[in-house]
Design a binder for this molecule. Sequence first.
Ligand code: FAD
Length: 313
Amino acid sequence: MIGYVSKVFFHTLAASQSLKRLASRYGMRDDRSFARRFIAGETIEEAIVVVRAIEASGLLHTLDLLGESVHTMAEADAATRAYLATMDRVVAAGVGRGLSLKLTQLGLTIDRATCVDNLRRILDRAGADDFFVRVDMENSSYTQVTLDVFETMWQQGYRNAGIVLQSYLRRTPKDAERMIELGASVRLVKGAYQEPKRIAYQRKSEVDAAFVEIMQLLVGRGTRTAIATHDRVMIDATRRFATSRGVSPDAFEFQMLYGIRRDLQAQLRDAGYRVRVYVPFGREWFPYFMRRLGERPANVTFVIRGLLSEGRS
Ligand SMILES: Cc1cc2nc3c(=O)[nH]c(=O)nc-3n(C[C@H](O)[C@H](O)[C@H](O)COP(=O)(O)OP(=O)(O)OC[C@H]3O[C@@H](n4cnc5c(N)ncnc54)[C@H](O)[C@@H]3O)c2cc1C
């Protein structure tokens, strides 16, 4: 219940323009500013420095150019071109080739056909340069259309892409069955948005039970699965299940967000698992940042500490 209240509170704050202006002024100002705990930087150059360090520590990564819900075709086109430019920089830097993106960033709310065209531009380039593109899952108003767009691309032969499923949605076991049928790679998460009871579990115990059930479905049926969570109980359940079924550690991977549970990332790496860090960067970091605060209100204390020290500097 506290989790739900905190999500509602932080999602409401995320809509505040004045808070966004205040945070934007201080959050990324220098290397010690508070938003840098979760955001790799505002530019691709800063993000590349971060992913080099991640690679040096034996971890994998996926880059997310932050931005969501653009409102014009021009903005959707600009976001698409920004992704293409990011790919240029990644290739030139010689770092790992993984991207995560949101369909609303590519124009899904304006016009589905435009969004599909933009996604195709990115996937064509991804195919040519051996990138893997993960389509993030947004709030439930986009679940079906995101799955539909993903499946359209899949049926057209784009295999260098994967999808995300959220265990808090009651519909997800059925969607997981469909992705298993297709043979598509799935990232399993609990779900980051505030959703109504009718369609989504509200209690942590229910979301967790669904997570384990869907993990077993995906890993047990040989899907290329990314278990994306910082929850040790979910991680241990996955390890036990894989061992009991004789699934080799390189048949799936764990994923965590940049700046969260680095200790656990290192432990899993040392135990021989593939661990991928989701690395967000870009100027539009505020909504992402607020979702991270909503997941763990204790994070607010370091923001307040950061703001107070900014005020003194
Ligand atoms: C790689 C990756 C990609 C994701 N992609 C999507 C997506 O496409 N769509 C989507 O809806 N959601 C996505 N998420 C977010 C996800 O849905 C959850 O909101 C988020 O991971 C928190 O849930 P949890 O599984 O870590 O478990 P929780 O039960 O929330 O947390 C378990 C433990 O993890 C730690 N923890 C969790 N969150 C934080 C935090 N913000 N700060 C500090 N510690 C924390 C704490 O120790 C906590 O006790 C993604 C998550 C990851 C890791």
